[in-house]
Design a protein around this ligand. Sequence first.
Ligand code: DGL
Length: 268
Amino acid sequence: MDHRPIGIFDSGLGGLTCVKKVMELLPGEDIIYFGDTGRVPYGSRSSDTILKYTRQDIRFLQTFDIKFIIIACGTASSAALPRIRNEFQTEIAGVLEPACRAAASASRNGKIGVIGTQGTVRSGKYLHTLKEMDASLKVFSKACPLFVPLVENGHTQGALARLAAEEYLLSLKAEGIDTLILGCTHYPLLTDTIREVMGDSVTLIDAGAQAAVYAKERLMAANLLSDKACGTVQYYVSDEVEGFTDIAQMFLEKEIKGSVQKIEIEAY
Ligand code: DGL
């Protein structure tokens, strides 16, 4: 039994899709969430910059005596985590392996699509991880750079979202994929639009939610779960707090109860 909090971070708000799943699966856990809203997006940055930001985000979370960290960011999970995993004592899970595991077991025809930021697709890590799990899988990747700004600005449905989704996804649909990894934690907010374009026969894999499932497995195995009836969530951001609550509630699909504070992430 362990009442220390779980640390979760993302470049911005996308990681809240993972927080939502952790709250559902592990309601007794305290959560410290950091959204690097002052430096979002990570996806269009160089791998060295993503690496620097990821180290700082982890160092900030470690100031809370964290028992487990989830990198709820597809970009940091792909471009940074493989290079820094051994630098920290705390166990760190990314979204990549859990999402690949779920996709490999969901696919019936062995054709899997992966969508993510430019940084994620450029890293090739989803492709590599899926191929390692099953060399016979056929993987089709596509960067969708407009999806994050659409989501951050609330355009999750409607003509703009639909146009972008058609532009990015019709080529994947033409390949006959039966499973699509939403490899960026912002993308679950576009689920309805993505489903409209891809059709109901394609299974959508929410990478942040899969990371939450994986975290539960790891904490259970290590006997690190909390036995509290109800956990708390504290939110930290690197840009102004104003406006965070409204958009965060859209991600969480519920009212935010915990405090929201701004921090200077460059200090970590
Ligand atoms: N949520 C981030 C991810 O999962 C995307 C946003 C960004 O580009 O920083 O990759």
